[in-house]
Design a protein around this ligand. Structure first.
Ligand code: BT5
Length: 259
């Protein structure tokens, strides 16, 4: 992968500028700094390797060189998009999952920000915002996808099983092709951000629907229940054991053993 190859492969997409790094700490950090400056809407940062890739809550995201996709896209939301920013993580997850489905794989979105193949994590998403006063000026969508076998970290370093696209397809795939597919999906889904159609698509690919899960909600303990769907803002909806519907805004979802 290099800057020229990227520019050529992505030339037909309506992107801003592209920055490529052989190695960087985190493409989200590069993109946040760029977004705070003059980056245009849909500008893209791509790295072959990340040395300080981040997940949520400052967890680590591993991107070894030559094997994975790590990129961050800068969105400058329009006034019409601003009321729907909480759906951007779903927009991003769908943009990763839909091209995988088109490749014949049964990709699922593990709420809120993981894409699964065969119940293993193949991609993670980290959305972060640049604020101007009390307004969101830019949203950075960071996406990491395990493409070749060597991208999957050792299981001992993970809380959840991981896989790669090569593992799922049984053959290697070109990273740039996957990147182009994801960005093209995002370009076509973005105009649906405010629509019920987007929420329906997101729900259709939601992992664990109808199954009992436990959601770790950070410092606030955990909630258990059956996954029933999504709220309009993208929060997860569960039916708790007392029969009442509960809304979860942040957390890590796990299937409940023996449920
Ligand atoms: C995420 O967080 O899954 C968000 C990952 C976002 C990564 C992208 S890469 C481009 C951009 N630049 C960045 O610095 N970040 C974004 P979370 O749900 O908190 O999951 C983090 C957990 O995933 C870690 O604690 C590990 O257990 C696991 N993990 C780390 N690397 C992995 C990998 N390559 N494949 C599967 N699981 C991984």
């Amino acid at each position: 992968m290099n800057q020229n190859e990227l520019k050529k492969s992505l030339a037909k997409l309506p992107l801003g500028e592209i920055k490529y790094f052989d190695s960087t700490g985190s493409t989200n950090d590069e993109a946040l700094a760029w977004a705070a400056g003059d980056a245009k809407d849909m500008s893209l940062v791509v790295a072959d390797e990340q040395t300080a890739g981040r997940g949520r809550l400052d967890r680590k995201w591993f991107t070894p060189p030559g094997t994975a996709l790590a990129f961050s896209l800068i969105l400058r939301p329009t006034p019409n998009e601003k009321p729907y920013l909480s759906r951007i993580v779903g927009l991003a997850a769908l943009s990763v999952a839909e091209p995988l489905v088109r490749r014949g794989l049964s990709a699922r979105i593990k709420w809120p920000n993981d894409v699964l193949l065969n119940e293993c994590k193949v991609a993670g998403i980290l959305t972060e915002s640049v604020w101007s006063g009390d307004q969101v000026d830019c949203v950075v969508i960071g996406i990491g996808v395990n493409i070749l076998k060597g991208s999957t970290p050792l299981q001992a370093r993970l809380e959840f099983p991981a896989t790669s696209l090569e593992d799922a397809l049984g053959q290697p795939v070109e990273r740039v092709e996957v990147l182009r597919d994801i960005l093209a999906a995002l370009v076509s889904l973005r105009p649906q951000l405010h629509t019920d159609k987007l929420m329906t698509k997101w729900e259709e690919l939601l992992a664990y629907r109808g199954r009992q899960v436990q959601v770790e909600t950070g410092g606030h303990g955990s909630i258990t229940g059956m996954v029933t769907g999504l709220e309009r803002d993208g929060s997860l909806q569960l039916r708790a054991e007392d029969g009442k519907l509960r809304t979860v805004r942040f957390g890590d979802v796990r299937l409940r053993p023996f449920a």
